[in-house]
Design a protein around this ligand. Structure first.
Ligand code: DON
Length: 317
């Protein structure tokens, strides 16, 4: 079995070639249900690879930060696993894909009254509700510290995106009220919604996202700072749910074409984990109908093909 790890010059050349190939692709739409996100530049496009030995490769606007949005979900789920352990977390949230949109309310109402998984909005709201802390400021501080450790430097919120989502996030409010109705959220509902909107508003560059994915690829240890951010035991739950649920109702198609644990966000970020090898991130805000970056999806499909990245490629040609 050959090692499919691409050489440094192959990575550099490929990232630049894919950037140039897909920059002219203008399919998809900006997310508009969070008003502030309509201000995004449709031509923002960055691609980054971070290897488990701490090397960074970039093309395009890889250092310009955008908000994480749902890319934050697996990592806050990881924090809940560290705080409470998998058994207590999964009393509140399941581990099954939904086949529904990320912000669907249907399955919560219709069936178990427990969110299906931590990657959809209902599950993420339930998980954020579990984060330990003495109050809202302490909890937000813990979340910001967590993301700073993944990035390897202090990170901050985009206050305008937070305020925009807080004032327009009626669907998330409805989900939170249903969770409250079913006894899965306490009276601190508004504080918890704020915390969720805040985690979605954390600013990360494409390279920060690649480093966050590389930390998971490296067994939970940040490749540059050598900081253990996630216990090894928590990797399997986190990566398996990214694999089965991270791309929502197109998780099956993603598994078929790319074959890696991944997570997307409506501001246009997608990151994916190549276990033992690297983290990859692409940011570009024009989205397909499932809420994934169109350019991001195209780049990942081509990278997976070229570098035999799928978990099921068995080492490549
Ligand atoms: O809660 C929301 O709707 C957004 N803050 C995040 C959704 C999201 O990123 C879905 N991802 N593709």
């Amino acid at each position: 079995m050959t090692d499919p790890r691409p050489s440094p010059s192959e990575i550099t050349t490929t990232l630049q070639a894919l950037y140039e190939k897909y920059l002219p692709l203008r399919d998809g739409k900006l997310a508009d249900y969070i008003p502030e996100l309509t201000k995004a530049d449709p031509d923002h496009f960055g691609i980054s690879v971070a290897t488990v030995d701490g090397k960074i490769y970039e093309a395009g606007r890889a250092q310009i930060p955008i908000t994480l949005q749902s890319v934050s979900k697996p990592f806050v789920y990881g924090l809940a696993l560290e705080d409470l352990g998998p058994a207590a977390v999964h009393e509140q949230v399941g581990m099954e894909p939904t086949g529904e949109a990320f912000n669907s309310i249907i399955e919560l109402e219709k069936e178990s009254h427990r969110p299906y998984n931590p990657m959809i909005n209902a599950g993420a709201l339930a998980v954020t509700n579990l984060i330990r802390g003495s109050g809202p400021a302490d909890k937000l501080g813990r979340i910001l510290k967590l993301f700073s450790r993944y990035a390897g430097h202090p990170v901050h919120l985009d206050g305008s995106v937070f305020v925009s989502e807080r004032s327009s996030g009626h669907r998330n409010r409805a989900i939170a009220h249903l969770l409250r109705h079913f006894g899965r959220m306490g009276p601190e509902l508004d504080e918890n919604l704020d915390l969720y909107f805040q985690q979605c508003s954390i600013l990360f560059s494409t390279t920060d996202m690649a480093l966050m994915a590389a930390t998971l690829a490296n067994g939970g240890v940040q490749p540059i700072t050598r900081d253990r951010v996630l216990a090894r035991a928590n990797l399997r739950p986190l990566l398996s749910l990214m694999f089965t649920c991270g791309m929502y109702d197109s998780s099956g198609e993603w598994a078929f074409h790319v074959g890696l644990p991944a997570k997307s966000g409506v501001s246009g970020g997608i990151l994916a984990v190549v276990p033992g090898k690297m983290g990859i991130a692409v940011t570009s805000p024009l989205l397909d109908s499932s809420g994934h970056s169109v350019r991001g999806h195209a780049v990942f499909r081509e990278l997976a093909e070229r570098w035999n990245l799928s978990l099921f490629d068995m080492g490549g040609a």
